[in-house]
Ligand binder design. Structure first.
Ligand code: 5GP
Length: 206
């Protein structure tokens, strides 16, 4: 599918700093939009329906799967998460660059559907640092944190399948890396050909 917009998919184990990095990137780059996923998990802290996620029941989620509303969906930490087909298609067809913050299973499904999608994996600098960040966040029960650390072992092993890997030791450096990936993707011939068809036509390039 030759859409004018780019699709960036960011995955990471929980606590690696993915959400903060994506949030900072979006504040700096008005051409990027984030896709809001659907989930069956309960809202945490200050989360609002329609902002962080669309929070829906499991039967409603299953109905959406049956209706083909999701590009991809996955069970993560015991809850269901899915990316809405319509939201993404509309945005990249409209020339926006879209960022998906999803788990590695969803990322690999997206790459099959959109071979042009750029997969970015964020790694923590060490297991010790990841455990500290999850504890410091103070949002989850200790059992949940243990589960997330166990899952992180499986998740981190998937980094090899991604196009780019960022080690988030220092936030500013990781943000710089993320900006560099987004920027260089936009400068690829095929991406420019899709995003700037008028220039290419004028220069008789195809
Ligand atoms: P959390 O519950 O901490 O917000 O998210 C748990 C995990 O689910 C994170 O890795 C997050 O990126 C992932 N996730 C969020 N939305 C989606 C989605 O639409 N699809 C998939 N496959 N994973 C998602």
């Amino acid at each position: 599918m030759d859409y004018p917009g780019n699709l960036f998919v960011v995955a990471a184990p929980s606590g690696a700093g993915k959400s903060s990095l994506v949030k900072a990137l979006l504040e700096l780059d008005s051409h990027l939009v984030v896709s809001v996923s659907h989930t069956t998990r309960a809202p945490r802290g200050q989360e609002q329906d329609g902002r962080e996620y669309f929070f829906i029941s499991e039967p409603a989620f299953r109905a959406k799967i049956a209706a083909g509303d999701f590009f991809e969906w996955a069970e993560v930490h015991g809850n269901l998460y899915g990316t809405s087909r319509q939201a993404i298609e509309e945005r990249i067809a409209g020339g926006h660059d879209v960022v998906l913050e999803i788990d590695w299973q969803g990322a690999l499904q997206i790459k099959k559907l959109f071979p042009n999608a750029i997969l970015i994996f964020i790694l923590p600098p060490s297991w010790e640092e990841l455990a500290q960040r999850l504890n410091r966040r103070g949002e989850d029960h200790p059992d949940v944190i243990d589960q997330r650390l166990t899952n992180a072992r499986v998740e981190v092993a998937q980094a090899r399948h991604f196009d780019f890997v960022i080690i988030n030791a220092l936030f500013e450096t990781a943000l710089f890396d993320l900006k560099a990936i987004v920027h260089s993707q936009r400068l690829k011939y095929a991406a420019l050909q899709r995003s700037k068809p008028a220039v290419f036509a004028n220069l008789n390039l195809n």
